[in-house]
Design a protein around this ligand. Structure first.
Ligand SMILES: Nc1ncnc2c1ncn2[C@@H]1O[C@H](COP(=O)(O)OP(=O)(O)OP(=O)(O)O)[C@@H](O)[C@H]1O
Ligand SMILES: [Mg+2]
Length: 138
C-alpha cells in the first residue's frame, strides 16, 4: 500500500490508515533516511494509539515507553546502538515478544533480532514536505 503525503497535515490521516492496515500486528518497523520523517510519523501514529505523553526520539536511551489506549507503546531508536549486546542488555526480548506495541526506528541495526512478522513502513523524501509512505505486511 503506497500513500502520497503532501504535507505534515496529511499525517494524522495516514496514521489512521496504518492502524487499519495493521490489523492485530503489534510490531512496526520504520525505514527511511535520516530526516525522512520516521519520528514525525510515529508521533502522529502515537496520537491514533491514544498516547497522551510527548513523543520524541529516545535521546538518552534506546527505548521510550508510552501509555496507549490499549496498553504500552514502546518506541525504539536503534541508530546509536553500538553492538547487538546492547540490545540484549536492554532486554529487547521482553519488548519484542511482549504484549505492547513496538515502533522501531533504524531496525536495520538489529535486523537479526526482529520478529518473523511485522508491519514495515518505508518513508521516502520527495521534496521538502512531500513524502511517499509504503506499508507492507511481512
Ligand atoms: N510529510 C512529512 N512527513 C514527515 N516529516 C516531514 C514531512 N514534511 C516535512 N517533514 C519534516 O521532516 C523532518 C523529519 O524529521 P524526523 O526527525 O521525523 O526524521 P527521522 O526519519 O526520524 O530522522 P532520524 O533518522 O534522524 O531519526 C521534520 O523536521 C518534519 O517536520
Ligand atoms: Mg527519528
Amino acid at each position: 500500500m503506497k500513500l502520497e503525503v503532501k504535507s505534515l497535515a496529511d499525517l494524522p490521516k495516514v496514521a489512521r490508515q496504518l492502524l487499519n492496515f495493521a490489523g492485530n500486528q503489534k510490531t512496526f518497523i520504520f525505514e527511511g533516511d535520516m530526516g525522512a520523517g520516521k519520528t514525525t510519523f510515529i508521533k502522529a501514529f502515537c496520537e491514533v494509539l491514544g498516547v497522551k505523553e510527548v513523543v520524541s526520539s529516545p535521546t538518552y536511551s534506546i527505548v521510550n515507553e508510552y501509555e496507549g489506549a490499549d496498553g504500552p507503546v514502546y518506541h525504539f531508536d536503534f541508530y546509536r546502538i553500538k553492538d547487538i549486546q546492547e540490545a540484549y542488555d536492554l532486554g529487547y526480548e521482553e519488548y519484542f515478544y511482549g504484549n505492547g506495541i513496538c515502533l522501531i526506528e533504524w531496525p536495520e541495526r538489529v535486523e537479526e533480532l526482529l520478529t518473523d512478522h511485522f508491519i514495515k513502513i518505508q518513508i521516502a523524501i520527495i521534496d521538502e514536505s512531500h513524502r511517499t509512505i509504503v506499508f507492507s505486511s511481512i
